[in-house]
Design a protein around this ligand. Structure first.
Ligand code: SAH
Length: 369
């Protein structure tokens, strides 16, 4: 809860203290951990009279594991805890190549939830526990970056994550935000299932999630585009590891798409999975213009009957906004497209209807006339 939403805040609230919130009539609304240094003074953990304890946190953790098992089966590499979506605000836990990777974004996640859950986390991570606390949002909580082993020895190089039939390397001590974007798992499978015999372009490829799924799905030719040389080097190793060939282009996607339209290139399947263009509501208009631009260009590259898989992972861009902007791009491009699917993140990133921020990833599958 934001400081401004609370009245009668005692002066002596301590960092990471578990506090109770009462309404104006003195009824207990819930309890959470506090951080006097943050705008978000209290993050609610429990509602009503229930008191958050280590046993409570363990129950939340076990629930998170059980739900994933029910929804996804026994998957080796995945996100096991997705913060608010699993009622553990600020805390992300992933399992990658036998390691647990713990990423607390808030003071309470680091000082309360993580110690409470370390035993449970260790139990699901035979090779060790990595603390990967490098998200820029930590500074709003007065926290600095930490990247260290909490248990076990560090890996001597990248570790290998398995996603269906695909094996990827993940650099736990480098790489981008999370090392691997597990949230597109099912959408990559969709990409693979549409790729047989097709000429595929994977734009914003990172280490090749979609491109390798396409190549393994029987694509005639696959090209991956990213501005990061490091990501493309990992992609090339991943392609080899999976026995497929993927062409890579280290380019600014906006420029390259423009050039490809000019050159009258044609693809039968284009994937657009850009980074979040809108970090907050302030950037919404600029983000929508950027989405429109890349979608319009990608549509112009589609061969008749070709597919566009287009995603947005901007929290500030709702599904309605995204559908509208893609529709406007199609109108401007003069291209007829049928929307065959609207998809969200993989089940290890649960979307909770009462927590709108968890509904951040949208992917549309579109087929050209
Ligand atoms: N599709 C990927 C995840 C993409 S993350 C997967 O399935 O794993 C977004 C990627 O966009 C990052 O790798 C980043 O390097 C790249 N990127 C950001 N801005 C870019 C730009 N202007 N041109 C090309 N790539 C860009």
């Amino acid at each position: 809860m934001f400081r401004g939403e609370l009245r009668d805040v005692p002066d002596d609230v301590r960092p990471s203290e578990i506090v109770r919130i009462e309404d104006s009539r003195g009824r207990v609304v819930g309890a959470g951990y506090a951080n006097p240094a943050s705008n978000i003074l209290v993050r609610i953990l429990t509602r009503g009279e229930e008191v958050p304890t280590q046993d409570w946190a363990r129950e939340m953790f076990r629930n998170a594991l059980t739900r994933r098992l029910e929804r996804m089966g026994d998957v080796p590499d995945l996100r096991l805890v997705h913060a608010e979506a699993d009622r553990l605000p600020g805390l992300v836990v992933e399992r990658i190549g036998g390691y647990a990777v713990v990423s607390p974004d808030t003071l309470g996640a680091e000082e309360v939830l993580m110690p409470w859950l370390l035993g449970e986390i260790e139990a699901i991570a035979p090779r060790g526990v990595v603390l990967r606390a490098i998200a820029p949002v930590r500074s709003r909580e007065g926290l600095t970056s930490r990247l260290e082993m909490l248990r076990g020895a560090p890996p001597d190089g990248p570790v290998i994550a398995q996603e269906g039939d695909i094996r990827y390397e993940v650099d736990l001590f480098g790489g981008q935000k999370t090392g691997h974007y597990f949230d597109q798992r099912e959408n990559r499978q969709l990409c693979g299932s549409l790729s047989e015999g097709r000429r595929v372009l994977d734009v914003f490829s990172y280490t090749g999630g979609f491109a390798i799924a396409a190549a393994l799905g029987g694509a005639r030719e696959t090209t991956a585009v990213d501005s990061s040389a490091e990501a493309l080097a990992a992609l090339a190793r991943n392609a080899e590891r999976n026995g497929v060939s993927v062409g890579v282009r280290e380019e600014n996607a906006f420029d390259l798409l423009r050039q490809m339209v000019r050159d009258r290139e044609r693809f039968d399947l284009v994937v657009l999975d850009p980074p979040p263009f809108a970090r907050g509501k302030d950037h919404l208009d600029a983000a929508l213009r950027a989405y429109k631009e890349i979608n319009l260009r990608a549509m112009r590259l589609l061969s008749p009957g070709g597919w566009l898989l287009t995603a947005s992972c901007s929290h500030a861009v709702s599904l309605g906004d995204f559908v509208a902007v893609v529709g406007a791009a199609a109108a401007d491009a003069g291209v007829g497209l049928t929307r065959t699917a609207v998809r969200g993140p993989s089940p290890d990133h649960p979307v909770r209807v009462e927590v709108p921020e968890t509904d951040y990833l949208h992917l549309l599958a579109l087929q050209r006339d």
